[in-house]
Structure formats: structure tokens, C-alpha cells
Design a protein around this ligand. Sequence first.
Ligand code: PLP
Length: 375
Amino acid sequence: MKLFDVYPLYDIEPVKALGSKLWDKEGTEYLDLYGGHAVISIGHTHPHYVKRLTDQLNALGFYSNAVQNSVQQELADKLGQISGCGEYQLFLCSTGAEANENALKLASFHTGRKKVIAMKQAFHGRTSGAVAATDNPKIVAPFNADHQVVFVPMNDIEALKAELDDQTAAVIIEGMQGVAGIYVPSNDYLQQVSALCKEAGALLIMDEVQSGAGRSGKFFAYQHSGIQPDVISLAKGIGNGFPVAMILIAPHIQPWHGMLGTTFGGNHLACAASLAVLEVIEQENLMANAAELGEWLIAELKSIPQIKEVRGMGLMLGLGFDFSVAELRKNLLFSHKIFTGSAGDKNTMRLLPSLAVTKEELNQFLEALKIELNK
Ligand code: PLP
């Protein structure tokens, strides 16, 4: 059987990894500053993570949500402690898109409304249709039956005010817009949106799928603004490679049996993966590392004249150039053995290293970048 050819691939096959390093079939070493779209948070094949998953697999890898699963509660407790969101409720699923689907569905069930306001250039996932093709009113929330989504420019509060009304179920905003090129909602904007949502009876959903799990230097990027969203979606880095996703749900939102559901969500192995991630974030102070190294790296990048703009927080950075970065990224990969990413327009380089990356590794990147830019 042939693979369905939807991904443009580099001719490199990593077969081994540790921390921020990858090795290909020939034994060539690479520095990974992209971590598979922000997935690698604590570093590749971290020994604690490998042990946690192996121990769980040897005990019980999967059983359905029809029985008690104390690993889910252990995860909820640890997540509450590390994220500072202990009063929220947790619903577990498997991908970022699924987390956002559930967040939107929840908002629709909770408010009985159909309208959603999203940000221009937003990316919340690639799913559509499964619920639309489901004929069961208990599962199909009003949003899915006949929904309306309007897009407004981020950080423009007047544009939001013009759309937010008593038909609005939710406003959804990324903690930092990742795929669009690392654009950050301002603290002031988030504070105003949060207040306006409360007034209108709409839920504020923060999509922290890419920006969460400590990447911004705080557990969630929105926490830099001090707001308290109604729903928070999280995926990618919280699994460090294991498909885990979740939504955190404010205490004022009441569940009922059958309201949300999924086959794989919260399985034993997935919970063990997330628990290991949280334990390593705590033991190795990785949020502080992301904050400190991020601040230092931003200052270093800003001193490079060819970089026109540095956007982002912590270890989620967009480097804006006034030319396409495709060739530059290729040269960093093939001449210097460094993986980077791109985002948004062709001119943005995206850096999403492990939160355990070292200054030495980032210096290796800075040196290589300067060599390429001064060629
Ligand atoms: N939301 C954001 C902010 C993302 O960056 C992504 C993926 O890049 C998603 C949702 C979708 O996540 P997944 O690919 O796990 O469905």
C-alpha cells in the first residue's frame, strides 16, 4: 500500500533521539529546534517519560471510559497544581482539533447559542463534518446544527464589540497564534474580551494547543494577562509525542452524562504520558527555563540586523525576515544540521524547541544563523 502523499518531506529519516538531539540512519546528529510542531516539550525520549509509559503499558495500557480510571484523577490533580487552574474541570481527548471541537460544542450546549467569534488568521484544527453527519440531537449541539462563525482581526476591540451579541456562544482565541506566524494577543485586549464575554453571556475559549504546557514561560500564554477563561484547550506539548489533548472547563459550567465523549480520551497510557510531562516540567523547572532562555534569545535575535521582527514569548518565537526563509531553513538543516520551522507567510521562521533546550544549543543555532545570513 502506498502512503497518501500529503506531506512535502525532507530526505532525512531520524531513527533515534535524546533531549534536543536527533540522529538519522547514517548516525548524523541534528539539533531539533522545532519538536514536531511544538510537541516535544520536555525533550525527546526523556528517561522519566520512557519509564512512566513503560510501567503503565506493563500494567494496563487502555480501557474505555466505562470504568473508573484513577490515572485520570492523578493527572487532573497534577495538572491543577502545576497550571494554577485547580478549580477547573478536565475533559480528556486525543488531538488539538478534537479539543477545540469539544470546547465549541460545550459553549453551544451551555449557552444554547450558535454563533462563534474567531480571530482572522486563526488555526484551530482540521476537522469538520463528523458531527454534522451525525443524526442524534443529544450529541449535536446547536452550534453544529446551524452554526455561524465570524472572523475579526485580533487585538481590535472595536471589531469584536461590533460582533459580540446575545447570540454569541463563544469567542475563541489562540494563546499565541502559531500557524499564522506567532502573533500575540495583547494583555489589554484579552482583559477587555474577557469582560465583554461575561457581559454578553458568551464563553471565552483560549486555544493553548500550541502555546500551552509551559512554552510561553507560564503554563498557559493567556496567564500573562491575568484573565480567567471559561474553557482552555491543550494538546501537543502536554503529551511530548503521545497523542493527548484536553479541555479545562471553568467550575460554573455543569456537565451531564453524554454531553461530551470520545473513545481514546483519557486512556491509561495517555494519562501516564501527560503525568510524566508535568512531573519533568516541575522537577526540572522547565517553565523558568523557557522564560529565561526565551528572554535571552529574543534579545540576541533582536541584535541581528537581517531579522526585521521577533514575535512571541518564552520558547515560541517567530522571526520575521523581508525575504522567504525556505532557502535559509534548508541551509540550516543541510549545512548546520539544525531543524527549524516556518509559519504564516513565507518570511517567518518558527522556533519551538524543547523547554529543556540549553543556552549552548541555542548559541549553536545563533552562530549558524549568523553564518548563513552573512554569506
Ligand atoms: N490549535 C492550534 C493553536 C494549533 O496550533 C493546532 C495544530 O497545529 C491545532 C489546534 C490542531 O491540533 P491537532 O493537529 O492536534 O488536531
